[in-house]
Design a protein around this ligand. Sequence first.
Ligand SMILES: Nc1ncnc2c1ncn2[C@@H]1O[C@H](COP(=O)(O)OP(=O)(O)OP(=O)(O)O)[C@@H](O)[C@H]1O
Length: 363
Amino acid sequence: MITLSNVSKTYHLTGPRGRLPFAARRRDTSARTIEALKNVDLHVPAGSIHGVIGLSGAGKSTLIRCVNLLERPSSGSVVVDGQEMTTLSNSQLNQARHRIGMIFQHFNLLTTRNVFANVALPLELMGMKRAAIRERVLPLLELTGLTDKARQYPAQLSGGQKQRVAIARALASEPRVLLCDEATSALDPQTTGSILTLLRDINQKLGLTILLITHEMEVVKSICHRVSLISDGELVEEAEVGDFFTAPRTRLGREFLNDFLQLEPPKALIERLEDAPGEHTHPVVRLAFSGDTVSTPLISRLARECGVDVSILQAKVESIQERTLGLMIAELLGPPEQTRRAIDYLEDHDLHVEVLGHVQRDD
Ligand SMILES: Nc1ncnc2c1ncn2[C@@H]1O[C@H](COP(=O)(O)OP(=O)(O)OP(=O)(O)O)[C@@H](O)[C@H]1O
């Protein structure tokens, strides 16, 4: 449904340097350009919810705005619903945007219009008749739980209600795609939950494809099917959400996950961790297991079958949508050949094992 191929976006800054003589400007171009996106490839299949997560300034907003060409890519191709967006004329682009709804962090409602009139606005702009507008808007107010708020103005609504109005408005033109630009970042956790539930319902009921950007792992965990990680304008990792929470492949992915799960070895132990194993060290591991292995008594079997003691430092069970994920930080205590065998044993039983480092044995 959405395919970005080799998309790059470079901003050329104008500022005090813009007033320099042309020759001087040419000498110093690199200092005044920002490569916000670098050769981005992204495919979001129809009907899926895809999250892009990254730190501030990583390029998330630029990426999502390139999809409906609120930002024009410097190079590359953007195809939405089978249509190449970058070659459209202005009027074709306006037409194409009817099929791409968008919601924003700060809702962007018109304060002088009530809820009904805000949702009706795109339809008025499309020249639709009043009766047809009413027929389209009323079900949307019901879908978003706003029927009793139709005559109220944005100033009379909570943040969550405002975002519901924005969602109803985005759906008014019956789009195939919904772009969500940090849609829950201004909301408290409970309201965030209800908006995410609404987005998931819309995805399921209407088969709408959703691309969202966020810096919150909770959003990814709650509703996304797949996630991409953006860093410094590049997509550095992409995975199915359950896989990402089990075993992120990049350092940045692991940092996001550890921050979210708060699952780190104790500080005193981190200070003692060495990268390489020594003669008198034992490994500290992060284990992730899902599916049947969550309920299998692997740790006691490890002790019996590999002769290794396991000291559990932290453990957690998380529900990632339909999937249960067990996470643990543990020290494997035993002679090196036995701890190596224990790691093989765990991997053979479909656990993801990450060796965080090695600590000197006390014995
Ligand atoms: N219109 C612009 N002109 C110049 N530089 C820009 C413009 N928009 C974004 N940038 C720069 O591009 C880079 C990516 O910005 P972008 O807003 O896409 O990041 P982001 O991941 O959405 O950040 P945040 O989470 O803080 O909103 C940043 O270095 C930013 O300063």
